[in-house]
Design a protein around this ligand. Sequence first.
Ligand code: GTP
Ligand code: MG
Length: 339
Amino acid sequence: MVTEEEEKKEEGVIKKKYEFLEDLPGIGPATAQKLRELGFHTVESLAMATARELEPAGISEKKAFAIIDAARSSISVSFIRADELLKMRQSVLRLTTGSKALDKILDGGLETQTITEFYGEYGSGKSQLCHQLCVNVQLPPERGGLCGAALYIDTENTFRTERIVQMSHHLGLDPEQVVKNIIYAEAYTSDHQMFLLDNVDDIIKQNNVKLIIVDSLTAHFRSEYLGREMLASRQQKLNKHMHKLIRLARAFNLVAVVTNQVMAKPDVFFGDAVHPVGGHIVGHTSHTRIYLRRAAHGPVRIARLVSSPYLPEGEEIFKITENGIEDVSEEEKSRSRGR
Ligand code: GTP
Ligand code: MG
């Protein structure tokens, strides 16, 4: 008689769970230390690594494959059947933006396991949205949150705790608690920005981080890599950075948000005369892109869902107020139509 337990084992349902790097076969304390220095602090991050990335820790290719395999089996990342893929999709969680209208074009809010990019001109509300998300992520699921912490990588020194306090008050949250759950890092250069993300997996795990923000993704890259001859290396680095972010989003089922500036397209006569920095690489790796722009005047902003793996394009408006990101009331809408 085969027991249910044995059956499950055979089906691979029961997976061996490795808690720490040292628990994985073939990793001793010295190798674990080297891996940590390379930015691999958790079993989850090893599951998403490539054999080549482990080479600098003195790990042979064959051994690297075995380690990565063991890490993958531990967190159940391997070939999966399509019905299981569906299950993985079902584990996608959603985070509210604070505006029902904006949530609507996103089919309920920002998704975990993918990257959402907000791009737009100066003052279009990218950083304000990021601030709001840091507060919202701490809400319970019934209020559109993920009961998690936020990690904010700031490249332009625009993060303001005072703003978080205002937004928390409005949502009836204790600002002191809310600010404690936002882990902040200022990135001084593009290399520093990449370094921060490469070394963050332990912090994510220990603090239950459910939202990572990189604001702005491209500013450093844009100012450091000037001219055509540097374009290829810039794109290569951006590509690596974005892939790291996706891997973290998948491994920890978290929401990843990046912001991006726009450049004028001098050769466009019709349609949008601006496009986001970073070209195809950022475009292909960020799964959902939202273009933000100001309305003619006042606090109203227009958000357009420009690309998404499965949602149709859509446009909605919201406003930025003392309280944070809010919906525009019907009355305000009809007033502005009358103008
Ligand atoms: P760059 O980073 O410069 O590209 O712009 P951004 O898109 O990040 O703009 P940001 O999100 O910083 O938006 C700034 C705008 O938000 C301001 O011009 C204000 O209109 C609005 N805003 C910011 N803080 C407050 C606030 O405390 N109260 C109100 N009512 N509006 C605010
Ligand atoms: Mg900004």
